[in-house]
Design a protein around this ligand. Structure first.
Ligand code: NDP
Length: 221
């Protein structure tokens, strides 16, 4: 199995790398920082330097993975931004940072990886139930929520563009103990990633364009 993890310096991305390597996969993984790249190399992955919020950085990705045929691609990079409630306007800088990373990042990375997909590849965008509109009962982190709602739209359009070539899904990792999730979260990273790997192994072409939880439940928008 040949795997690409985008945004893998720490947290869920690094655990994806650890588990796919432990399962014997060949893994290419990206990080922004030297320590992040070193961590990936230490796990036996091929490290690539990539900042998804930087157009020049992303524009070099396709040639760096030229000739690869990935069976699994996970777009994991994300930031939370301010925890503000609705009616607290984000600053321009906060808005740009969250939307550039969480929405524009995948919109730029997807075209770069499209030609490096094996037939029937599984491509996941790590989203969040915080982006789901239907079941929402809190506005906390409304900028992050807006970004994850938007990236679910991006995922759906990618699933249409890649129909017949790849199975494209959004994944909710659960609330996980990482730098972003914090120490009080429900799940450890190993459990969340094991669940998402199982979901990715099980999805079928008819599932493309859907939103799944780490435990296999299909989620509403
Ligand atoms: P962390 O904050 O622990 O890690 C975030 C990762 O994204 C780091 O590897 C970070 O790299 C990378 N990243 C951030 N910005 C960029 C960028 N511009 N370019 C490349 N990489 C970048 O978060 P988690 O591991 O918890 O989250 C991973 C994903 O899961 C995110 O998309 C998040 O929204 C989602 N998620 C997490 C939940 C949780 O409870 N933890 C719940 C629901 C969704 P660097 O080290 O360089 O900053």
């Amino acid at each position: 199995m040949n795997v690409l993890i985008v945004g893998a310096s720490r947290g869920l991305g690094l655990e994806f790398v650890r588990q796919y390597r432990a399962a014997g996969a060949r893994v290419t993984a990206t990080a922004r920082s030297e320590p992040g790249l070193a961590a990936l190399g230490g796990l036996g992955a091929r490290p690539l330097q990539l900042d998804v919020a930087d157009a020049a950085s992303v524009s070099g990705l396709a040639w760096q993975i030229d000739g690869e045929r990935f069976d699994v691609v996970v777009l994991n990079a994300g930031v939370f931004g301010p925890r503000a409630d609705a009616l607290q306007a984000p600053t321009q800088d906060d808005f740009d940072a969250v939307m550039r990373t969480n929405v524009l990042g995948p919109m730029r990375v997807l075209p770069q990886v499209a030609d490096a997909l094996a037939p029937g590849a599984r491509l996941a965008i790590v989203s969040s139930t915080m982006g789901a509109i239907g079941a929402r009962t809190s506005s906390s982190g409304w900028l992050y929520r807006a970004s994850k709602a938007a990236v679910n739209s991006v995922m759906k359009d990618a699933s249409l563009a890649l129909a017949g070539r790849a199975i494209v899904v959004s994944l909710h990792p659960g609330w996980v103990r990482t730098d972003m999730g914090g120490a009080d979260a429900d799940l450890d990273a190993a459990t969340s990633i094991a669940g998402m790997r199982t979901v990715l192994a099980a999805v079928q072409p008819a599932d493309s364009g859907s939103f799944f939880s780490h435990d296999g439940r299909r989620l509403a928008w």
